[in-house]
Design a protein around this ligand. Structure first.
Ligand SMILES: Nc1ncnc2c1ncn2[C@@H]1O[C@H](COP(=O)(O)OP(=O)(O)OP(=O)(O)O)[C@@H](O)[C@H]1O
Ligand SMILES: [Mg+2]
Length: 282
């Protein structure tokens, strides 16, 4: 078995206030090393915000009556520890992030946003290779071959030279997935990565992603309980205001699971109950 080089991540003491609205208060959350953690929760509870804090990305803020992005201030009391802080009149946030391997998180994290964020003036292939472009890595044939291989795995090899405007929203989302996989980082944060896909493509992408994400520390946000049951080594529900986390739901067997397997039925019921779905689960 390959050894896992992906760190576990502990987020602790996360507090966030937008105006008078307290989203988190002293929230703690652990991502298991080399495992897929799925996070579900109602719209607006703070899932995307939590992901952005983990990646120390800017939050939406308001300055002098116009919307702007509010960058994170990051302090490093220890090599393996970050204190992320946002402070503006209407937004105050603090969080502590630690890695389990005592190494810095910086440079080891890939983020797939809720929207595809493909650059409209670049071809799909160039979008997939964007990370290397931004890092000024000289373009090589092996890099192009690798990007094409990933595009093939998401079913878009024939569209490699198209610009995003020529792609459907599901194709754009698969393009964004390909770009995330191209980064090949040990820690991957994914915000509803399959939400724009039809049922069959979604199933295929989940199967492919489960294989490519093996041994990586993944946080995957989804609104789909069956997706969480297929892919998550552990599943949490985020709910309430201020938000709190459910106890972890840990289904048996390795992902990608066959969700028609009867062994998953009790976990399906538990998940639906935790989500407070008003359907009959006896
Ligand atoms: N700059 C801001 N000012 C005030 N409130 C904000 C700001 N940015 C986000 N919010 C609020 O924070 C909450 C969490 O937003 P977030 O995008 O994290 O939710 P989410 O759980 O990802 O929802 P969804 O499932 O719809 O994507 C929302 O209620 C939103 O209105
Ligand atoms: Mg969101």
């Amino acid at each position: 078995m390959t050894q896992c080089h992906s760190p576990g991540i502990l987020l602790s003491k996360a507090s966030l206030r937008f105006n008078q609205k307290i989203l988190f208060e002293n929230l703690s959350f652990e991502l298991a090393a080399g495992k897929i953690t799925c996070l579900l929760g109602p719209s607006g509870v703070g899932k995307t915000t939590l992901l952005r804090i983990l990646a120390s990305l800017p939050l939406a803020g308001r300055g002098e009556n116009k919307l702007q992005t509010l960058p994170a201030t990051v302090k490093k009391p220890n090599p393996d520890e970050l204190i992320v802080h946002y402070d503006e009149q209407e937004v105050v946030c603090n969080a502590r992030i630690r890695t389990s391997d005592q190494l810095p998180l910086r440079g080891r994290l890939a983020y797939m946003a809720q929207t595809d964020l493909l650059l409209p003036w670049l071809s799909l292939l160039d979008n997939v290779m964007l990370g290397n472009l931004l890092r000024h890595v000289p373009r090589s044939q092996s890099q192009i071959d690798h990007a094409m291989h990933i595009l093939e795995s998401v079913g878009l090899a024939e569209d490699a030279h198209h610009k995003p405007h020529a792609l459907s929203s599901g194709m754009k989302q698969r393009g964004a997935l390909a770009r995330t996989l191209m980064e090949d980082q040990p820690v991957i944060l994914m915000d509803e990565p399959f939400s724009a896909l039809d049922a069959i493509t979604r199933y295929d992408m989940q199967t492919m992603a489960a294989e490519k994400l093996q041994q990586k520390t993944v946080l995957l946000i989804t609104h789909d309980p069956w997706e969480a049951l297929r892919l998550g080594h552990q599943i949490f529900i985020l709910r309430g205001q201020p938000a709190n986390l459910s106890a972890p739901i840990i289904p048996p067997m390795m992902p990608p699971r066959d969700i028609t397997d009867e062994a998953l039925l009790p976990f399906q019921k538990q998940l639906l109950r935790e989500l407070d779905l008003r359907i009959s689960v006896t």
